[in-house]
Design a protein around this ligand. Structure first.
Ligand code: OSB
Ligand code: MG
Length: 371
């Protein structure tokens, strides 16, 4: 079977988060991003979402580099080549270096299109079996410890299965000690978004007394060497986020002992096919994985949910319910979380309908490519 794409649409959306989200790098509230749509000869419509931000603080990609790379390089590749399975897409994109989020945005739409054309869920097309997935919540840096404690209290009451707390120098060990006093047994982890260096080893060692599930990306965004030194000095497991862009990065990081856990983000690794490869490799090597989040709108959220149905996703992910982020999401129904669990939708493809009215409302620019 060939996937015969007739049209690709790129829609640029502007959406405003309900609340600002603060990491060690700064604060964001306004999101601008691409929704991709691939339409086949039978009128099936597949959707993807790019997780690149407006500015390159998380990785080098931006909304504008996405447009350049999709329009000038990736879409021409899709036009010129036959695709019989979505796994072909990452191979076809290989000659283009990096730009994983741009690649993933298009590959995701083709995965959804493929699953819909086969009348199966994206989850089962990927080989996922779980009908429910456990989710946690990621809490940004708060103005005060009091506000952090209140936010954790609400998240625990809502049933989230683990609490991730963003940290940075000056908002770390002391804050987490206060948190532990109030929540002695809650599954808690910390995410530094690369805020430390090896000079902080002694400081970070204090985390070992706090029974954290893991510390995510403590050191540089492009490092796996120093992380190995740090892990050798820390009992707390290190989880890598920013440093892992591929199965090859994963293999090297595990071989070096740079981490014990991997956060898989579909956009950061170039798509669902590469995510699955990393998942499979980690399962074979006894490494826990979980699905990270990038403050996605509904389409990206649906892709994360489908991926998380694979059995190796043993730890709760960051994909919380739509209403935590948005007044109104672009899918119907919105993603809801009950007792820390998302029920995987059973409709074909991503399993959620696009709320066309909402999609139109947030779209500020559109480009259509005829095949
Ligand atoms: O480091 O995991 C991260 C959000 C934006 C960019 C990077 C990260 C995050 C989060 C929040 O931690 C994840 C989410 O709630 O979608
Ligand atoms: Mg992270």
């Amino acid at each position: 079977m060939t996937i015969s794409i007739k049209q690709i649409k790129l829609k640029k959306l502007n959406m405003r988060l309900k609340q600002p989200f603060t990491t060690s790098f700064g604060t964001m509230q306004d999101k601008s991003f691409f929704i991709t749509e691939a339409i086949d000869d039978k009128g099936n419509r597949g959707f993807g979402e790019s997780v690149a931000f407006i500015s390159p603080w998380y990785s080098e990609e931006t909304v504008e580099t996405n447009l350049h790379v999709m329009e000038d390089f990736l879409i021409p590749i899709l036009k010129e080549n036959e695709i019989s399975h979505p796994d072909d897409v990452s191979r076809l994109f290989e000659p283009i270096k990096r730009h994983p989020m741009a690649k993933s945005a298009l590959e995701g739409a083709i995965w959804d299109l493929y699953a819909k054309s086969k009348r199966m869920t994206l989850a089962s097309a990927l080989g996922g079996e779980k009908k429910e997935i456990d989710v946690g919540i990621s809490i940004g840096i708060q103005p005060s410890v009091k506000q952090l404690l209140e936010t954790i209290e609400k998240s625990v009451a809502a049933g989230y299965k683990r609490i991730k707390i963003k940290i940075k120098p000056g908002w770390d060990v002391d804050v987490l000690k206060e948190v532990r006093k109030v929540f002695p047994d809650t599954p808690i982890m910390a995410d530094a978004n690369s805020a430390y260096t090896l000079e902080d080893v002694e400081h970070l060692k204090q985390l070992d007394d706090l029974n954290l599930m893991m510390i995510e990306q403590p050191l540089a965004h492009d490092d796996i060497i120093d992380h190995a030194s740090l892990q050798a000095n820390l009992d707390t497991p290190i989880c890598l986020d920013e440093s892992i862009h591929s199965l090859e990065d994963t293999r090297k990081a595990i071989q070096l002992g740079s981490c014990k856990i991997i956060n898989i983000k579909i956009g950061r690794v170039g798509g669902l096919t590469e995510s699955k490869r990393i998942h499979d490799y980690c399962v074979r090597h006894g490494i826990d994985v979980w699905c990270g989040g990038m403050l996605e709108a509904g389409v990206g959220r649906a892709h994360n949910i489908a991926l998380t149905t694979l059995n190796g996703f043993t730890m709760p992910g960051d994909t919380a319910g739509s209403s935590r982020y948005w007044e109104k999401d672009i899918i119907s129904p919105e993603v809801t979380v009950k007792d820390g669990v998302i029920t995987v939708p059973d409709k074909p493809g991503i399993g959620y309908d696009i709320d066309e009215e909402a999609l139109n409302e947030f779209t500020v620019e559109e480009k259509v490519f005829e095949f």
